[in-house]
Write a protein of this length. Sequence first.
Length: 534
Amino acid sequence: MGMLSCIPKSRQIRDTPDEAFNWKLFWSAAVFGLLGASRGLDEGLVGGMVSLESFKNEFRLEDGSSSEQANKLSNITSMVQLGSIVGAFLAFVLCDKLGRVRTLQTLSVLWLIGFIIVVVSDGNVNQVLAGRFIAGLGIGMTTVVSPMYIAEIAPKSIRGMLTNMFAGSVYLGATIAFFSNWRASVNLPDESRWQWRAPQFAHIGFASLFLLLSFTVPETPRYHMIKGRHENAEIALAKLRMLDTSNHRIQAEIAGIRSQLDREQESTHGVSRWRKVRELLFVPANRYRLMLGFMSQLLGQWSGANSITIYATEFFGVLGKSGQSEKLFASCILGVVKLASAYLCAFFLIDFLGRRRSLYMGITLQTISLVYIAIFLGVVGAESLDSGELSGPQRRGAVGSIAMIYLSGIGWTMGWNSFQYLVNADIWQLRLRALGSSLVMCLHFVNQFGNTKAVPDMLLVMQSYGFFAFSAVVSFAGLLWVWFFVPELRGRSLESTDELFSLPWYKIGRYGHRIVPENEGIRDIEGGKGDLRI
């Protein structure tokens, strides 16, 4: 188990055969896991782009009243989220019709075309909006296809770690974006259009790279099984496990997938796509799954962290950072903090401590940070910060608030950011995975779009301290929701969760892990250890 030698090992990891951990598995997971960089690039680039003087001048962002400026700003920043709503739903159709790998290729082309349109715009704000919407179609698909693909190839013992490669790569993209904006601000004059255009080539480069890498990964065994291609499923699984197709472990894993699929097809023989929707909405266990997905997006998106990422330069300005380069550099540090925290969480917490404990820790840190910032801004006042006339204690408080921005980023990556993607990988049955994941991620982007649109107006109406107070209340409400509703799914095979969700709704979150113990899985009848069930 050399590839995992430095990672804390839960019982499930120790019981998984060494062959499961190989370069082919990690390569395939990395190709899809790094798709999160698409979101991070946009969230990091767009906030800096609209704050650069070259962009403001070319697109006349400072014309009109303060409310008109806020509306124009929010339209530009939120257009990718609007496209992502449609893209997340399209992913449901494409993943079922074309497969996971072909969907990756489709989204890469849309992402690439969208930002080519943005880069060649010549002072035409409508062209920027159109390009960002088209790119959003592709970016929205990433949130569905990436967790789905990884969940379908990963051994259950490291499913959380591999799925959170996607959550972590969001901040790989954000870090690259923040540094790109900062370097453009320092090295290119405000009069040059390339000051805002040059950083956008990061999108074009990443989209092209993923299009090429898509030809190096296999389709998932589960998708082959759904399509009746059993021999292809065995070949794909053997590649991912680096074993021969005749190996008893491969045959045992294929048998487990086939058994679940046969049960599902038997219960839904001849069922149309709309009947799947009815099953999702009217079967109590599926409603609970849907509630988990929806509420994690609602509470996570309105807890403030994504707004801080997108409008990072604005918030650092509110907290006393002056000068465009200084604000952009502070944003760079935020990106580095979130990136390091996201991957430390993915590799050392999620599958070791479990989903619930990681959520508790993350949300608690985030809530404490938001409360501190809200109190500081409420006591000191925006006028004092704008004027720079602060007493010694107030200056130390401002430094503390900036530190709390970074701490809230750590809390976000430990908590909501990991869970909002992992929940889709953990909860869905095979036949409903594409539909359920798409609906949840549609709501994800609906909330992100609404949040991104609302923040400029919230800052005008509620003032800065009101925004942070609102986010703290939402974050605390999320902590209560996790305590009562969220079950621990660490180490369970995807097939074993059905029994857990068949419990009465009020027992699933609080008592489910006691009533329905973790599935021990298929044991090697010849005396080997563990299983490879996914």
